[in-house]
Write a protein that binds this ligand. Sequence first.
Ligand SMILES: C[S@@+](CC[C@H](N)C(=O)[O-])C[C@H]1O[C@@H](n2cnc3c(N)ncnc32)[C@H](O)[C@@H]1O
Length: 239
Amino acid sequence: MDWDAFFKIHNGLPREGPGSPEDVDWVLANTGLSGAISVCDAGCGPGADLETLADRLPEARLLGLEMHDGFVASAQKRCARFGDRVQARLGDMAEPGGPHDLIWCAGALYFLGVTEGLKTWRSALAPSGFVAFSEPVKLRGEMPQAAREFWEEYRGITDMAGIEARVAAAGYALLGTRLIIGQGWESYYAPLRQRIAELRVADPDPAMTEMLDMNAREIALWEAAPEHIAYALMLVRPK
Ligand SMILES: C[S@@+](CC[C@H](N)C(=O)[O-])C[C@H]1O[C@@H](n2cnc3c(N)ncnc32)[C@H](O)[C@@H]1O
């Protein structure tokens, strides 16, 4: 992977994975969280969900942790209007501090492993604290070729029962699930599509072209099977 080319494409995009403000709203409605709570956005990327969480929780303190400094800078910029109560910093989401009432993790827990990450986060949660995370999920029925190719590099993908088993193995109870499908993916891919088109003209370097092709292929595979490609948003808490 040419990371320079990757970050040249991805830096400044509004989000780095599928999702929407409605996902945040669903979690807040199903947890009843409000007031002066503590929230960590683990692997916050450029801070799209951190910003929504901060907007929906005006009394909360929020910490976004991210390992790529370009994304940290984006998250800091878009959350500056919230002042000191919202911080985004370079850090390892395996060490989220705490205690937090909610650890939010969109499209990043697979870097730690679902079971391993949840186990690690147990001691970072306040009593009655929640974890909400999104994870690739294999939907019921035959997967079309485009969906199989889309997921071919994510060998760990399972169906919902498989994710539930990984949650249970960490000693967590499942409180609810929601599919991220369709619009949440378009929200991620629309700005990426635009960036690819711009860089094709602005940067014809072969390494960049290869990375642009790789990103364009991912979008084309999603466009060929949008009803078969999903993340599951999982709301869980320690038993
Ligand atoms: C698919 S992106 C999702 C970003 C963001 N949650 C969003 O939805 O826009 C996953 C992010 O996790 C970050 N990440 C991976 N491992 C990490 C770690 N150990 N600590 C902090 N961030 C990490 C990556 O740098 C990347 O920005």
